[in-house]
Design a protein around this ligand. Structure first.
Ligand SMILES: Cc1cc2nc3c(=O)[nH]c(=O)nc-3n(C[C@H](O)[C@H](O)[C@H](O)COP(=O)(O)OP(=O)(O)OC[C@H]3O[C@@H](n4cnc5c(N)ncnc54)[C@H](O)[C@@H]3O)c2cc1C
Length: 401
């Protein structure tokens, strides 16, 4: 198998490296990257929005979309190169919800009018979305959502509560999953909406994470009047559409490139730090841990290429289980990486906001942040179920909590 890039792909990679190298100089001091970087404070969020505008100008937000909606119909390989280079620089600017989930959902399920109205502002990096799916009693069992959106002429009246809404406090819109038939059960009677977060009756309350950061929210709806033109797809058929959105949510790549950069920083720290007169890099146990992390990063990158190959063939079943495998590997690798790093640092590994903290305290920070990773975007138990059912053809068992 030949993994080498063509001359055009190498030129594109170089162009991206030059772009991100220059633009990341505009990052605020101590920019944390990831969800914390873009949602935990105003400066980080402003930088995310600035980068989105710059990426929009380059045409790289809508890179893969059809030309008629402002896209460039980029190949899967070009998208993977983009994700990898962006991951390497830890650059913000791509809205995981608007660009990563809602735009592809619109492309498969929206009317022409909705595509023309809603896609261009996403492509230009002008609007930002949050995901309104989970509720206090509906997470893995998402089909049991109870938020109601009841039709009233040209509107739907929404009442209910969403929870864990990432970035809701900085979002212009939400894509909402709600029940449009109050007598319906589970997947029947659900619908998808584009919601303007500034509508009267919407209240966003912080849900602070264990490290005190404000990234997540609870969102309350009280008699919110949603225009019917923002119903996406058919009324009552939102579950089918949402199942398609789930596959977009799980196919994220680029995480491995970011983790590989962290491993290299960790190697640098080990080489420059002595304990008991010996460099940490000379300790065989540390070396073994680092070798395993590098193997896992390489494995993830190769898995990413495999997903890309399935995508290029529109091979839906193989995309589902391989994307689940990638979500599993990436999130558990992030936990292993932060655990090893903080172990290698000894007591210093617990320091976060301190000038003496190794690697700027990022590892103590990642250690806490990545606990949530194996829960969001479908818990890792759910991903294992999918791998078993779809990938291995094992029988589907009913789970009784
Ligand atoms: C940091 C973070 C960010 C999030 N961001 C968002 C967001 O932006 N928007 C949004 O809508 N939601 C978001 N979520 C919610 C997330 O999608 C849910 O937390 C997740 O789907 C799990 O649902 P739950 O919390 O209700 O747990 P439950 O579904 O109650 O699960 C509890 C436990 O039971 C296990 N379990 C449940 N069902 C099965 C089964 N069938 N087989 C095997 N094991 C099972 C689970 O794996 C888990 O270990 C976020 C969550 C976190 C932690």
């Amino acid at each position: 198998m030949d993994f080498s890039l063509t001359a055009e792909e190498q030129a594109f990679e170089k162009e991206l490296e030059v772009f991100f190298e220059a633009e990341m100089k505009n990052a605020p001091p101590e920019f944390a990257g990831g969800l914390e970087g873009i949602y935990a404070n105003e400066e980080g969020n402003n930088f995310h929005k600035y980068m989105a505008k710059r990426l929009g100008e380059k045409g790289w937000i809508a890179h893969a979309w059809p030309k008629q909606y402002g896209g460039m119909e980029a190949t899967i390989m070009e998208q993977m190169i983009f994700d990898e280079v962006r991951g390497r620089y830890g650059a913000p600017g791509i809205d995981a919800f608007g660009v990563g989930m809602f735009a592809p959902t619109l492309l498969v399920g929206a009317t022409e009018e909705q595509k023309e109205r809603l896609l261009p502002p996403i492509a230009k990096g002008e609007v930002f979305y949050c995901q309104g799916w989970s509720e206090p009693d509906a997470g893995s069992d998402l089909a049991s959502v109870t938020t109601l959106a009841i039709r009233d002429g040209d509107h739907f009246i929404v009442n209910g509560q969403k929870t864990w809404t990432t970035g809701g406090h900085y979002s212009d819109h939400m894509f909402l999953l709600a029940r449009t038939d109050s007598d319906s059960k589970r997947g029947k009677g659900l619908s998808v909406f584009n919601v303007d977060m500034s509508l009267p009756g919407i209240e966003v309350r912080p849900l602070l994470y264990m490290d005190g950061n404000h990234i997540y929210n609870e969102v309350y709806f009280k008699d919110v009047k949603l225009p019917a033109y923002d119903l996406i797809g058919e009324e009552g058929k939102g579950w089918d559409l949402t199942r398609q959105t789930m596959n977009f949510e799980r196919s994220g790549q680029g995480a491995y490139a970011g983790m590989r950069v962290i491993v290299d920083e960790l190697i640098g720290y080990m080489k420059n730090t002595k304990r008991g007169g010996k460099s940490l890099a000379d300790d065989p146990i540390n070396r073994k841990k680092i070798a395993q992390l590098i193997i896992d990063c390489e494995m993830g990158t190769t898995l990413g290429y495999k997903i890309g190959w399935y995508q290029s063939k529109n091979d839906a079943m193989n995309i589902i289980w391989s994307a689940s495998s990638s979500k599993l590997l990436a999130t558990e690798l992030a936990q292993r990486l932060s655990q090893y790093a903080t172990e290698i640092m000894g007591s210093y590994g617990q320091m976060e906001d301190d000038p003496e903290a190794p690697m700027g305290g990022h590892m103590a920070n990642l250690y806490q942040f990545c606990k949530g990773m194996t829960i969001y975007a479908g818990t890792n138990e759910i991903q294992r179920n999918l791998i078993a059912w779809v990938g291995l053809g094992l029988p589907r068992l009913k789970f009784k909590p």
